[in-house]
Design a protein around this ligand. Sequence first.
Ligand code: FRU
Length: 483
Amino acid sequence: MRQWTLEEKYKRIEDPEALRPLHEAQRSSPYRFSYHVQPVCGLLNDPNGFFRDARGWHLFYQWCPWGAVHGLKHWYRVFSADLVHWRNEGLCLAPDREYDNRGVYSGSALVKDGETFLYYAGNHRDEHWVRTPYTCLARLMPNGTAVKLDEPLFGANSMYTDHQRDPKVEYNAEKGLYYLFLGAQNLQHKGRIIVYASERPDGGWRYLGELGVPGYEDFGEMWECPSIEHISGVDALIFCPQRIRLPGRGDAENHCGYILGSMNYDTLTFEPSGVFTPLDFGFDFYAAACAANADEAVMIAWMGLPGARYPSDAEDWQGALTLPRRLSVRGNHLLQQPVVGLTALRGAETNDRSGELPRASELELECGGGDMALRLFCRRDGTGGVLLQYDASSGVLTADRSAMTLRVQPEQGEMRAVSLCGGLRALRVYVDASAIEVFVNEGEAVGTLRVFPTDSERFYALLGDATPRLWRLDAAVENCFIL
Ligand code: FRU
């Protein structure tokens, strides 16, 4: 693994052309995606500032240009008219102020009265490397440039450690107030969400207090990327608790999940009606974000995890975003479905139960409810690969990537399982170069896995109670150098 000095990790972009060779070296990697958003070069992590306007869907991602390292973070911008085809639009926010000198960290967008506001966490460090987190604002202008305020909106809250970040802002019409939620850690090192309010989006913020989430007072050491989404009359608290082990998730300590319930803005309490549930039963899913200003809940996330290492690190790049997913609520459960427009990418179809797996493909299985085993990226003889297996007697679907030649984070566990109460009726599996996303039934569960197949790992094989349709998918993202 490459060792990075602080200077290398936090190097500024003086001349964008210096990055072109990095991009050129990576663009032909067999692990590059054809329909998932990926870094122009270097490392991508959280989706940021996702919003919709009359033109389409605007999205940014946390970006460290120099390699597979969490160094100096920027916001890189992409755009899509249809949530399917994405184009690179270039760097949007760089750490060029004293208050964000060591990184423009994650945040969100708010569209109000024709204006677009980008809220983010300014990661400031002094010469002794002591961190002060700031909550910052940039206005997104009609010509696409972002103009930062001269000063941050507010600084650190002394009742919490220096882990205070990832502002999410919403307007509450009933109260006539803007609310800003921040992920935080209290002085006892427990994860919290703290809340600020203002009558206007661009200043006057005051601290309201901590969000009460009864039953979750001791649930991880830090809560990253919090947001409260209002989906068909139900509220969903989405956040990423860190340093906590959850049943069935191996040694993984970072999770991204939700609690359904109702948000009481008078008492600043989120009353759970369900329990914390991981949004994804796979391995590589974090920092989920929903689009602002959209009439339906559309979520996208980072196909990666804090601190994770992947085989592409050796090529000096890492990370990609998931497909956007449409959210809805059924009973006490969040359903996630791939956005409808993705079917437009379908090309040639086959119904064979085994064969060569196109690098970009969609596999739809109609399942009879009996046992089923699907191997993806296996060898020609049907051995190896990622195994998706359904056991009808227990009603459990498992995803196992331990038989791949290149292993990903084996120490965090190589198998994940999800229990399906009504059995298995359908699977929709998206395959793209180095990732698999498995949608179960009508979106009852989704599993995301990064996989790094070698040359001989390029086949699939289906056994058991399922009928397949397999489509080759067209490319839909750019793999080009725009800064
Ligand atoms: C989550 C996170 C955020 C932070 C950002 C920095 O992955 O740690 O809390 O703002 O990434 O890149």
